[in-house]
Design a protein around this ligand. Structure first.
Ligand SMILES: Cc1cc2nc3c(=O)[nH]c(=O)nc-3n(C[C@H](O)[C@H](O)[C@H](O)COP(=O)(O)O)c2cc1C
Length: 461
């Protein structure tokens, strides 16, 4: 049997890749299988520039018995370089090399928002017509359960595949043109709030219609930048130098742009074409580089709006991603506007209303509503950072210690201990939870002690 491993680490050969360490262990456990590993992210420029090399990889995939996608989670998705490989496959119509190939996804991460990446990779496998056989999300130092691989081998032999979760993705040739829009209807919005529009004009459809329309309706404070005109040398190289003091080791224009433009805006509009199930790799590169701030939110209280040329029905990952991302950054997600109405007037109307509303929310200083996506991550990071500083994330540690770690005061500890001990008693539980009567004196005593204890402990939320 021959397995092809498509690996997404951006670490260089001298660094220790957690993903490749997991693959090495699998290799040793199954010597009867031949594994061929491609370090896709490391070689992405060669793959993009040299089609015969790209075709060599693809023929290897075609001739193999199965494929393992082995990738780190980068800001809730896969690294931009691996995403580019997927985009190149679709752009050049090379999907057939993957057709019917059994595939699993093995992730290495701290399991923060790994589910978004898992859903995305499953969509990709389905779009490539691969036979998707599941995923294994492993912590950075957690090995892959070998039973998972045994099961995968059985799946390969049994021609198994999970039932599809998604409908095939639909291509759209529609291009929004603002010149056809009744312009008298849309007056310039007036606001002192700073609007920042960021686009990717090179990877996808022309976006001039959107940028012209946004220039027409946004307040004079609006600034527009295209990712391709910025000085961004590469994606995140996973050196973790940022862990100490949030300083990025890559010397280019990204961090100054991010700090001086993105972090100072009030309303941020991300504009792009849907590429496979997300925005482009160029967009993902921008999002990955944001990691210089590790898990410290950078967009607190800002409004984030996405404008996407694509089909909403294929946009599950886009919606999930930006909801997650907004909560990670503590921004308010104002939604994603798609142009699938394929009607210039209708698309303009949706954009106008969404931009107007984002400005109103910004005037209100509405910071958004935190759900489990934030609370879960905060609680998890609190625990992890307090007990095991991941890969030297000292800047995170200092930030979370100052802002988030929940330390109980002496009075809170007393209150908590009284509550826990009192609920050990059956009479108390029955009285409190089931309204079961006991003697009047007992009830008074329980009410009094619990009342004092809850006051000491304070509200949990
Ligand atoms: C740019 C960047 C973004 C990351 N984002 C996430 C994330 O969103 N969730 C997570 O659980 N881990 C995240 N991580 C941690 C990596 O997934 C983890 O370190 C992984 O094991 C690295 O694999 P590798 O050593 O094979 O490159 C991120 C790391 C980097 C460098």
């Amino acid at each position: 049997m021959k397995f092809i491993v498509l690996n997404g680490t951006t670490k260089n050969i001298k660094q220790h890749s957690m993903n490749l360490a997991k693959i090495e262990r699998i290799k040793n456990a199954f010597p009867e299988i031949e594994f061929k590993i491609y370090r896709i992210s490391n070689e992405i420029n060669k793959i993009a520039a040299n089609e015969s090399y790209f075709l060599d990889i693809l023929s290897d995939i075609k001739n193999a018995d199965a494929v393992i996608w082995s990738t780190p989670v980068y800001i809730g998705l896969i690294p931009s370089e691996l995403k580019r490989f997927i985009e190149l496959t679709f752009d050049r119509d090379f999907q057939h090399y993957f057709a019917n190939k059994p595939a699993v996804v093995i992730l290495s991460s701290i399991k923060l928002y790994d589910t978004v990446a898992i859903d995305y990779m499953r969509e990709i496998c389905e779009d490539l017509n691969m036979r998707y056989c599941g995923h294994f999300s492993a912590g950075m130092v957690e090995p892959v359960d070998l039973k998972f691989i045994k099961n995968f081998i059985a799946d390969v032999n049994n021609n198994f595949e999970h039932p599809r979760e998604t409908l095939p993705i639909k291509k759209s040739d529609y291009i929004f043109k603002s010149s056809d829009v009744e312009s008298i209807k849309y007056k310039k919005l007036s606001s002192s709030k700073k609007v920042l529009v960021i686009s990717d004009k090179l990877n996808g459809k022309p976006l001039d219609g959107f940028t012209d329309f946004l220039k027409k309706i946004c307040p004079d404070t609006m600034e527009h930048y295209d990712l391709n005109d910025l000085d961004i040398k590469c994606g995140c190289i996973s050196c973790f130098e940022c862990g100490l003091e949030n300083r990025c080791s890559i010397k280019d224009g990204f961090v100054p742009f991010y700090k001086n433009r993105v972090m100072r805006a009030d309303v941020i509009i991300y504009l792009g074409t849907q590429k496979d199930r997300f925005l482009s790799w160029k967009w993902k590169q921008f999002l990955d580089r944001r990691f210089f701030s590790n898990h410290i939110p950078t967009l607190i209280g800002k409004q984030l709006l996405c404008i996407v040329s694509g089909n909403r029905i294929d946009g599950r990952t886009i919606f999930n991603y930006f909801e997650m991302y907004s909560q990670l950054e503590r921004a308010n997600f104002c939604g994603a506007v798609f142009d699938d109405a394929k009607d210039d007037q209708a698309v303009a109307e949706m954009i106008y209303k969404s931009v107007k509303r984002s400005l109103e929310l910004s005037e209100l200083e509405y910071a958004g509503n935190e759900t489990y996506l934030y609370e879960g991550a905060r609680a998890y990071l609190n625990e992890s950072l307090e007990h095991y500083i991941y890969s030297g994330l000292y800047a995170d540690y200092r930030y979370y210690k100052k802002h988030n770690f929940k330390r109980l005061s002496f009075a809170q500890k007393i209150g908590k201990s009284i509550i826990l001990n009192l609920y050990e008693l059956k009479t108390v539980r029955e009285y409190v939870f089931y309204d079961k009567q006991c003697s009047a004196i007992k009830m008074k005593v329980i009410d009094l002690i619990l009342g004092i204890a809850y006051r000491l402990r304070g509200r949990a939320y």
